[in-house]
Design a protein. Structure first.
Length: 203
């Protein structure tokens, strides 16, 4: 499990300017934090899928996809009960190329093929595996009927190396993704805080 400390300059500035004014203003901050904990995964997913070629439903199933029982490949949640303690907590295993539009999905019979995947969005490339093995990537079926890419670790048929790519934590730690997440989170928190302030002031 990994944490990303959130730097929310606009939200913190607005929150600190109203903190301690009265009970309603503190209530607005508390409601905002609670509100955004359920909204944050969708914004994080947008930041991840803008860079990586993974389906949004796999990063964070929401709405209709969640009701249909979509399975995610990691866990995202917002932790902390105050402005100063807010942090993004995330975890997940390294993924196979199947999650990144891998082609072909089955082994072509009687002809050569190259296994490709779009780890980065819009950039489908040939999988080469580990350079130290210097052997081609091939497809092989598993007990569950899933076809996965492998690479022989020498000239013999065995042993083989299972090809894996990246994980949700690694995607989130990408500089571009992390910066986008912080920007989206700051905008989300600031917008929701202003919303709750306006509602309380109308009472």
């Amino acid at each position: 499990m990994v944490n990303l400390q959130l730097d929310l300059p606009n939200f913190k500035k607005l929150a600190e300017s109203i903190q301690g004014q009265n009970a309603d203003m503190q209530k607005a901050i508390d409601r905002t934090i609670s509100d955004c904990k359920s909204r944050a995964p969708a914004q994080i997913t947008k930041a991840v899928t803008a860079v990586y070629g993974i389906k949004s439903s796999e990063v964070s199933a929401a709405g209709k996809m969640a009701k249909l029982g979509a399975k995610t490949v990691g866990e995202l949640k917002l932790a902390g009960a105050s402005v100063k303690s807010l942090q993004l907590v995330y975890k997940g295993r390294r993924l196979t190329p199947l999650h990144f539009s891998m082609t072909p999905r089955t082994k072509p019979k009687g002809k050569r093929y190259a296994v490709k995947a779009a780890i980065y969005k819009g950039q489908k490339k040939k999988l080469t595996g580990k350079a130290q093995y210097n052997t081609p990537v091939f497809l092989a079926p598993q007990k569950q009927g899933i076809i996965l890419p492998f690479q022989r670790m020498g000239e013999s048929r065995m042993p083989v190396y299972a090809i894996h790519t990246t994980s949700i934590p690694q995607m989130i730690e990408n500089d571009k993704v992390a910066a986008d997440i912080k920007e989206k989170m700051d905008e989300l928190f600031t917008t929701r805080l202003q919303h709750h302030i306006d509602r309380l002031q109308k009472k």
